[in-house]
Write a protein that binds this ligand. Structure first.
Ligand SMILES: Cc1cc2nc3c(=O)[nH]c(=O)nc-3n(C[C@H](O)[C@H](O)[C@H](O)COP(=O)(O)O)c2cc1C
Length: 175
């Protein structure tokens, strides 16, 4: 079986998972913004991964745009966020990002990291504003990722863990 891991990563967490998946499968690896659909069509299995930004999965437009041409391929998606795993959060992510023709694509979660001090200016400003706003909220009313953001505001957090790729590898084995 030949496959490719197509990913979009801004701060490196999704890329780290893509590299672990490459190591485990021997698949090729390519950035979602750079790969041409003709290249992706050479592979039987496509693993797609993207970081989560304000509830959207980065690079998902690659699948949205090309799903028609990818019919018959095994497609597995994963997303990488600061939030701890949460079933409701995943359900909402799936509904928002994998609707319509993408509804059948399985979506897995790999926890990433959060290093506010080393973010680009716009992201840093936004995260600092969010932290201030979230800090005022009753902890019981916070979204799971909001709690993670507050936790990460004190110091850089890296929650990446190779074990998250296990279910993705299992999914790739199913027809
Ligand atoms: C502006 C901004 C918005 C974010 N929104 C979310 C979010 O909605 N949910 C979440 O779990 N993490 C969110 N994060 C955290 C990122 O998903 C996390 O840092 C992830 O590891 C990024 O993956 P990457 O390094 O591959 O880009 C956000 C981070 C930034 C900077």
């Amino acid at each position: 079986m030949c496959g490719i891991i197509i990913y979009k990563s801004k701060y490196g967490s999704t890329r780290k998972y893509a590299e672990w998946l490459k190591e485990a499968t021997g698949f090729e690896m390519a950035e979602a913004d750079k790969i041409k659909i003709g290249e992706a069509l050479k592979y039987d299995t496509i693993i797609f991964g993207g970081g989560i930004y304000a509830g959207g999965i980065a690079g998902i437009s690659f699948l949205k745009k090309n799903i028609g041409m990818l019919k018959g391929k095994k497609i597995v998606a994963f997303c990488c966020g600061a939030s701890p795993f949460d079933a409701d959060f995943m359900k909402a992510l799936k509904e928002r990002n994998l609707s319509g023709e993408l509804a059948g694509v399985p979506l897995y979660y790999c926890r990433g990291g959060c290093d506010i001090a080393n973010m680009h200016f716009a992201d840093k400003t936004l995260c600092k504003m969010l932290v201030k706003a979230v800090a005022k909220k009753d902890p019981a009313q916070r979204e799971v990722w909001e709690t993670a953001l507050v936790d990460a505001s004190a110091s850089a957090c890296d929650w990446t863990d190779k074990s998250y790729i296990g279910p993705i590898l299992e999914e790739c084995k199913t027809a």
